[in-house]
Design a protein around this ligand. Sequence first.
Ligand code: NAD
Ligand code: MG
Length: 386
Amino acid sequence: MRRVSIFGATGSIGQNTIDLIARAPDDYDVVALTGAGNIAQLAQDAIRLGADVAVTADETRLQDLRDALAGSGVAAAAGTDALIEAASRPADWVMSAIVGAAGLEPGLTALEQGATLALANKESLVCAGELILRTARKHDARLLPVDSEHSAVFQALVGEDMSAVERVIITASGGAFRDWPLENLAGATLEQASAHPNWDMGQRITIDSASMFNKALELIETREYFGVDPAKIEVLVHPESLIHAMVGFHDGALMAHVGPPDMRHAIGYALSWPDRSHLPVERLDLAQIGALTFRAPDDARWPALRLAREVMARRGLAGAVFNAAKETALDGFIAGTLRFPQMAEVVEEVLNTLDPGLIDAAMTLDNVRHADQMARHSAQHIIEQL
Ligand code: NAD
Ligand code: MG
């Protein structure tokens, strides 16, 4: 029996993870499940899977969670400290699927216990890649990618020598506004930005797909996870979302990973790694699909990609600043105070105006937290001035 915990269990990735685990209940001993506002879902899954503890990040919901778990034998807890306590419980495999920088500390704590961390929370690597990797090395813990592109690259690299890698190509669907006239973007509504053409995901990452902030985070994630020079990482728009990534080698070969847009593949690969297991995902009928198409990303439509390149060149804590500014700008768009193209403008202004000393500070958890807070304040201030 493998002891597993799922952080962000009530979200899109969390629910897909539970779907896989619930298919083989005898293989897993569920330690902790965490969520935030969706108490009913959290309690239902914790009871069904026989978790030791269920944690809500929202302290005000502790009594609701206790009530929902009454008589089940599943312990209830709430708040940030409870999340960290849950992450410190011994587990063999931990899914990090909280959305945003809030996923960083639970992930670090799980790595400190030596757990294998299946990392969907790409923000951790963007904010604190060096710290995450250092912590994993120190505690002999393994980090496995759970982003479709990064799982694809990881799989294309099995048995390969990194010195033979010439390029890494991550694909992007182009999101909801891929084919919109540029002048219409300023009028894009929350509902329109929240509709992804191919993937069914949480709302925040869906909007980030439309703005390409998701791909911007993934460029940085690729650099951090695989240690590749940013100049070797390319973004390719591929509207069908069937090729998730390609790795180009110095003999000219390109190894592509092809599969349906279903996160259970990347989650399942991380769950059974280094083996492959039978997964309940669609098998592609390529003759039926007929054609796969590609195009270069358009810098005017997706300024987030340029900003990610600047962040990678800047290094230091620029990723933490970038992510925090992006999260704040996204909150602004969701709340209706920012227009869609203004998200990138706010992030760029934060990067350009924040005290450079914050970015140049050493990568410790305290400094990452501080840079994150300052970037959020700065973004909020910029939004208020608009
Ligand atoms: P989601 O919004 O569907 O779920 C987020 C989860 O995090 C929920 O369980 C929620 O309760 C919890 N949560 C939210 N705020 C929290 C906080 N402040 N503290 C603690 N918990 C909190 O998101 P998702 O789409 O499942 O994405 C989760 C992560 O996986 C993100 O980092 C995202 O970028 C990444 N990811 C998602 C997909 C996908 O297909 N959904 C693909 C690749 C990567
Ligand atoms: Mg992805």
